[in-house]
Ligand binder design. Structure first.
Ligand code: NAP
Length: 294
């Protein structure tokens, strides 16, 4: 079975659009502010997709192009966005230029506007299962995609390949929660883990988030497992107009015949991540306006 993230994301967009259409006509719309700090084409294209999705559902958006000479310049700008009552969500597109201090920047964002869920306060709230937490968008997108396909992970062994702060660690924290759609037994592996293949073969649900093109081969996967491919790897493709194509961390063609369900790349976790960004922006709008969450 193909876990079609694009289709599910479109359904979630429609649900958000519906909620926004029911807001009082005089009420202002939620607003997402995106900040770009590099001229990296991939970053620009990610931001473009996020803005397009906002537009589709009726969320206002703003894009700011900064080329900060120092961390303080970016921190001052974030302060302005923090204080702007019209801005509900603040997204600082990563990666930052190498001279900018990432943690200082993430800590500066008002936790109530932290729609990427990267602020340490939100990371802590996720661990403590606080319902006001902003979950990082990719882990939340994975959980919601599994739920929408009615894949019950209760008591199942989830193996996550990758321990980054934006995917692996928060996904582990989310899926092990004592909450609906969670309750998994989670193992997190990384580049220093040994006997990786033996480990992944024990996974009922295998999540690949390493940034290693086609690293997960068929013999890494248990028969009938669910495979979630988070990887986005740009590889050269001379036949393509752009000169590259995007592939995942999983050898899709060979793994698909062995597993019960699999996400494609593109069209799997990528669109779900954007859908969760919209959901988080809506959540921020409701929390900041002290409204009952829909
Ligand atoms: P990252 O920060 O580079 O982390 C990669 C993780 O994979 C690290 O924990 C690393 O281990 C581990 N790793 C690398 N090679 C490995 C190997 N051979 N065996 C086992 N573990 C290995 O990357 P990230 O930001 O988490 O992103 C991972 C991938 O997901 C990338 O392709 C990225 O583009 C993609 N991504 C997609 C979305 C989406 O919306 N679909 C969102 C975010 C990221 P160490 O910690 O030991 O170095």
């Amino acid at each position: 079975m193909l876990l079609d993230g694009h289709k599910i994301a479109q359904a979630i967009h429609a649900e958000i659009k519906d909620v926004l259409q029911k807001l009082a006509t005089h009420a202002r719309k939620p607003c997402l502010a995106c900040v770009l700090t590099t001229k990296h084409p991939a970053s620009a294209s990610y931001v473009q997709r996020k803005i397009k999705a906002c537009h589709e559902v009726g969320i206002e958006s703003q894009v700011f192009h900064l080329q900060p000479h120092c961390t303080k310049e970016l921190l001052d700008f974030i302060d302005k966005l923090n204080l702007d009552p019209m801005v509900d969500g603040i997204l600082i597109q990563l990666p930052l230029p190498p001279h900018i201090h990432l943690l200082e920047v993430l800590e500066k964002i008002d936790p109530l506007k932290d729609v990427d869920g990267f602020h340490p306060l939100n990371a802590g709230k996720v661990l403590l299962q606080d319902p006001t937490a902003f979950n990082p968008c990719t882990p939340l997108g994975i959980k919601v995609l599994l739920e929408r396909y009615e894949i019950d992970i209760t008591g199942k062994h989830v193996v996550i390949l990758g321990r980054s702060n934006i995917v692996g660690k928060p996904l582990a924290a989310l899926l092990m929660q004592d909450a609906p759609g969670c309750n998994a037994t989670v193992t997190v592996a990384h580049s220093k883990s040994t006997y990786l293949k033996e480990l992944t073969r024990t996974a009922d649900i295998l999540v690949a988030a390493m940034g290693r093109p086609k690293a997960v081969e068929a013999d890494w996967v248990k028969e009938g497992a669910v495979v979630v491919d988070v990887g986005i790897n740009r590889v050269e493709a001379l036949a393509s107009k752009s000169g590259y194509k995007v592939i995942g961390d999983v050898d899709f063609e060979n793994v698909k015949n062995k597993c019960m369900a699999i996400t494609p790349v593109p069209g799997g976790i990528g669109p779900m991540t954007i859908a969760m960004l919209l959901k988080n922006t809506l959540k921020s709008y409701y929390l900041r306006n002290k409204l009952q969450l829909p």
